[in-house]
Design a protein around this ligand. Structure first.
Ligand code: KIV
Length: 285
């Protein structure tokens, strides 16, 4: 089965077909997301928070990302898988960025990479794209720069920062990015950027005027309970379902209600009878 490709994603902007992107970090979840028909799966460095328990994405390493990207690729047949380049893995030099982007494609089997930044990373994006690696941009609230931004603040509210968002989006398009994530920006600004550029915008906390939306799957399924971001909608509360099931299991193990014969294996009774006769082990002289 052929995977979705970047030309199909670009074409969705032209046809007005909204793009639904979701994160996934493991084989089983990726498989379900793929089977549900999500065309773009992001192995986000958000895994640092929702899977590894860090308080930001900053500690996430290339090895973490490759490990999880490989699992997601194994779990998918149709979706285009994007590997998220972690903090400081594409900003030291063009060579470093190319080497690491290449690892996502060659070692992990992803079809594209994502990196944070606009004008400042545009040359790097161009170099990666020139190597045949599709790049998704990410501007607005860029979590890897959380220390410089001073927290998870909405971006683009002033004349200067709104202009910067637009300039960043244009720079990424000109550098050859196939799409750009707009995170935590005012909805009218995201809608304006979406109209001004020719590549799809994928919003998270950026309103309905984007060409598509992306969500962190743990937020959407309600399995991450530390906090619920304003931009997230919980389509179910997996945390409650998991806790109920685990409590039931705990109680059944304690009471002996689990396992039943259905979960157990039988054996030849004669062998068992012989064992009972011979006992445990021969006594040492
Ligand atoms: O890491 C991530 O999951 C992301 C999305 C929130 C866009 O970058």
């Amino acid at each position: 089965m052929a995977r979705v490709n970047v030309n199909q994603i670009r074409a969705m902007k032209l046809t007005g077909d909204k793009i639904a992107m979701l994160t996934a970090y493991d084989y089983s979840t990726a498989r379900l997301v793929d089977e549900a028909g999500i065309p773009l799966i992001l192995v986000g460095d958000s895994l640092g928070v929702v899977i590894l328990g860090y308080d930001s994405t900053i500690p996430v390493t290339m090895e973490d990302m490759l490990h999880h990207t490989k699992a997601v690729v194994r779990g998918t047949q149709k979706a285009l898988v994007i590997g998220d380049m972690p903090f400081m893995t594409y900003t030291i030099s063009a060579e470093q960025a190319l080497r690491n982007a290449g690892r996502f494609i060659q070692e992990a089997g992803a079809q594209a990479v994502k990196l944070e930044g606009g004008v400042t990373v545009a040359d790097t994006v161009r170099r990666i794209v020139d190597c045949g690696i599709p790049v998704c941009g990410h501007i607005g609230l860029t979590p890897q720069s959380i220390n410089a931004l001073g927290g998870h603040k909405i971006q683009g509210k002033t004349q200067a920062t709104a202009q910067k968002l637009l300039d960043d989006a244009v720079a990424l398009e000109q550098a050859g990015a196939f799409a750009v994530v707009l995170e935590t920006v005012p909805a009218p600004l995201a809608a304006l950027v979406t109209k001004q550029i020719g590549i799809p915008t994928i919003g998270i906390g950026a309103g309905v005027g984007c060409d598509g939306q992306v969500q962190v799957i743990n937020d959407m399924l309600g399995s991450f309970t530390d906090f619920v971001p304003k931009h997230a909608k919980q389509y179910c509360k997996l945390s409650d379902i998991i806790k109920t099931a685990v409590t039931e299991y705990l109680n059944e193990v304690k009471s002996g209600a689990f396992p039943t014969d259905k979960n157990s294996f039988t054996m030849d009774e004669a062998i068992l009878a012989n064992l009972t006769k011979t006992g445990c082990c021969q006594k040492q002289e």
